[in-house]
Design a protein around this ligand. Structure first.
Ligand code: AMP
Ligand code: GLY
Length: 425
């Protein structure tokens, strides 16, 4: 008899709501439980916090054992960096997500740069410093723009693309003097500036074999026209035409294959999702800007909508070392996601905003992020609130459907970008 999966999905964002939607379509699914979830999930799927902890190993493993969970899918980076996949391995429960060693690819920019250097992966030149004075002395000799990065996890806030020496000084000050990033700012990576267009490529891998999902383009700045502060992402579309088949080939041979080999040689095969953040130069050369050890948010919300096959066995094969290297089945379509955010996001988002969201219509699916139910009312509980997604034959129609659905959402004190995907239509 075919194995049926009792899945525990970890996370609370729009990415996890989209992952849950895909997992729930699987005929191989016996049961899905989610922790901590958000207001968009069927409450029956959500585990109460008395039942599970994802920061305490004993309590986590005891939940797995008592519940009969036979597959864990991890959305966000923090539990991966803390070693949740290693805990699962100790009790022989497959986990979609890399080990703590491999998750350093996101948890430490220094680790990622050293790994890229060893594997000869194209990326910006860099230097690493552990104190303010030596970093500042080096920075003054560099050409601008200069990119200043806190080494560790900083919830997307640790990177400054500095165009003046004053900005470099301020960024170094924040890291070393103000210690805004705590331990994550114990080291700084100073990097040369890469020019071009960014694309996010998601690679599912079992450590050796891999499958690439269609590339997406994220919109990181808060406001139309790519202005305002950097955010987690205000919208995305896929496929991103900037990642042409020939650039993808280049990325496979110069980035993915060498990086996976490097991890195997370190005796830590990388299993799960490798997020390759690319900068494509005007001449069509791809450089790596960053790696993440998990799916991107909000890109996942639109990328998953393009898949035309069951994702659950693919995740499982990646986790158990039995993935085939092949093309994933895709719809001949284009998808988009537009994020509705709370006023003040990303610096100081308003919280507890009342939301009225009409039912999904046509190809629109609304994925929740920062939402919660309170006394029968849906309220916002975070900066990014909803991701409105759509899929259709072309990007223009998908975007039009997202925007007409947004018009019907009643949510005072929220905002969204009106130019998502414009550059591709
Ligand atoms: P990271 O967290 O490393 O992805 O950096 C966040 C954002 O900063 C990226 O998505 C880019 O927009 C920008 N960035 C980071 N490194 C560079 C670089 N070397 N050149 C140009 N832009 C960069
Ligand atoms: N949207 C960018 C990220 O997930 O890191």
């Amino acid at each position: 008899m075919e194995t049926k999966f009792k899945v525990l999905l970890i996370g609370s964002g729009g990415r996890e709501h989209a992952l849950a939607h895909s997992i729930l379509q699987s005929p191989l699914l016996e049961e899905l439980k989610v922790f901590p979830g958000n207001g968009g999930f069927d409450p029956a799927l959500i585990l109460p916090s008395e039942k599970i902890s994802i920061t305490n190993k004993e309590s986590f493993l005891s939940y797995l054992k008592n519940s009969g969970t036979n597959f864990v899918v991890v959305g966000p980076e923090d539990p991966l960096v803390a070693g949740i996949a290693d805990w699962c391995e100790e009790v022989n429960i497959p986990c979609f997500g890399p080990s703590a060693y491999c998750a350093q690819i996101e948890g430490s920019k220094h680790f990622a740069k050293e790994m890229m250097k060893k594997a000869h992966v194209p990326t910006a030149s860099f230097a690493v410093f552990e104190d303010h004075n030596s970093a500042w002395a080096y920075a003054q000799k560099q050409i601008l723009p200069l990119v200043v990065k806190a080494d560790g996890l900083a919830a997307g806030k640790g990177v400054t693309v500095a165009t003046t020496m004053d900005e470099v000084k301020e960024a170094l000050n924040d890291i070393f003097i103000e210690q805004k990033f705590g331990e994550s700012g114990a080291k700084v990576v100073l990097e040369s500036f890469l020019e071009g267009n960014e694309a996010s490529l998601f690679v599912i891998t079992d450590g050796k074999n891999f499958m690439c999902l269609p590339a997406a383009q994220d919109h990181k700045r808060a406001f139309d026209g790519d202005i305002g502060p950097n955010t987690g992402g205000m919208g995305a579309y896929a496929p991103a035409p900037i990642l042409t088949p020939s650039i993808l080939k280049q990325v496979e041979s110069s980035v993915i294959i060498p990086m996976l080999r490097e991890f195997r040689e370190a005796k830590h095969p990388y299993k799960g999702l490798l997020y390759v953040g690319l900068m494509i130069s005007p001449e069509g050369k791809a450089n790596v800007v960053e790696f993440n050890c998990r799916f991107g948010d909000p890109e996942t919300q639109c990328v998953l909508r393009l898949l035309d096959e069951d994702i659950l066995p693919i995740f499982h094969q990646a986790s158990t070392g039995s993935l085939e290297s092949r093309n994933i089945k895709l719809k001949n379509a284009a998808s988009a996601v537009v994020v509705l955010a709370a006023k003040g996001y990303p610096d100081a988002p308003m919280k507890g905003l009342p939301l009225e969201v009409p039912p999904n219509e046509g190809s629109v699916l609304v994925f929740h992020a920062g939402t919660k139910w309170d006394g029968g009312k849906l309220l916002s509980s975070g900066g990014r609130i909803l991701g409105i997604t759509s899929v259709s034959e072309n990007l223009k129609d998908s975007l039009q459907q997202c925007y007409s659905h947004l018009d019907k959402i009643n949510a005072p004190n929220t905002f969204y970008r009106r130019d998502i995907g414009k550059r591709a239509i």
